[in-house]
Design a protein around this ligand. Structure first.
Ligand SMILES: [Fe+2]
Ligand SMILES: [Fe+2]
Length: 288
């Protein structure tokens, strides 16, 4: 009976998770190099009246270190570029959505956001190196950002730790089986429900659903899986004492089409950039 109440609570939370604003959805489906002016985005800004003001506040925050004050959206786009604008808008939405801490999973304040942004940034680098077309690289970036969205629902519903927590000696190696055992759902099932409700693309939903299960043998899923594992290894977003051992699955490098050495060098040359990207959490108001 208790289990049934928990199940209903989880389904209700999955239904209630706020959808991204129209402009965020629109931006998620645009490639970086698409020529897009401020005017083309205007109708979408109108769908969320408070967005321009919030965006300008962010652009003028110390994070971007601009010498002159930016007063309009077109100016912001011109100064920062489309790619940065999209990152800001996605950050602004997700940093509000992703809670301050999800200790059930070992994430510190904003930890899931930092983890997700790190996975997205590394996915973009790996996908580009693996020869994916530009539009696919960008779709996978968003998939990286969304891959653990189910944890928002389950992490808040969970009354007890789902994995290793500081000062707890136990180590839960398999997050999926721990979730199923304790909650009756895992985060990929719940993530898929959320992705369908938000009408994300079929590929993004597939990545959400399969990023812990590579039996599909699909390169795109493998890339996000690999980026995920590396970000866990880098401890992005996890509380310091949290120590998950990472074991890469056999054949992962063949699946993504990159050698182990190449992946190591991509991680080494992008590590600072990825860690810096996750600092955007603070700039977008996630840490108050
Ligand atoms: Fe996951
Ligand atoms: Fe993850």
């Amino acid at each position: 009976m208790q289990q049934e109440a928990l199940r209903r609570d989880i389904l209700r939370r999955a239904q209630r998770l706020p959808s991204p604003p129209v402009i965020v959805m629109k931006l998620m489906h645009m490639a970086d190099d698409e020529t897009i002016g401020a005017r083309a985005l205007e109708p979408y800004f109108r769908s969320d009246q408070s967005l321009p003001a919030r965006l300008l506040k962010l652009v003028n925050s110390s994070y971007f270190g601009l010498s002159n004050r930016v007063g309009t959206i077109p100016e912001a786009i011109e100064l920062l570029g489309f790619d940065t604008l999209r990152s800001i808008l996605l950050s602004a939405f997700f940093s509000r959505l992703l809670p301050k801490a999800l200790l059930a999973y070992g994430y510190g304040p904003g930890g899931l956001w930092k983890h997700s942004l790190g996975v997205a940034a590394l996915t973009r680098e790996l996908a580009a190196a693996a020869g994916c077309a530009k539009a696919l690289v960008e779709e996978l970036y968003v998939a990286g950002l969304m891959h653990d969205i189910g944890k928002v629902v389950l992490g808040e519903a969970a009354q007890k730790p789902l994995m290793l927590v500081p000062d707890d000696g136990r180590l839960m190696l398999n997050v999926i089986s721990s979730e199923r055992e304790k909650l009756g759902f895992d985060h990929v099932q719940v993530g898929k429900m959320v992705g369908e409700r938000w009408r994300l693309s079929p590929l993004i939903i597939e990545v959400i659903e399969k990023h812990h299960d590579l039996r599909l043998n699909k390169k795109e899923v493998g890339i996000v899986h690999l980026a995920d594992q590396i970000c866990v290894e880098l401890r992005l977003g996890y509380v310091a004492a949290c120590n998950y051992p990472v074991r890469l699955v056999t054949g992962i490098f063949d699946l993504v089409g990159l050698s182990g050495d190449k992946v190591t060098s991509i991680v080494a040359s992008n590590r600072k950039r990825i860690e810096r990207a996750t600092a955007m959490f603070a700039a977008t108001g996630g840490e108050q």
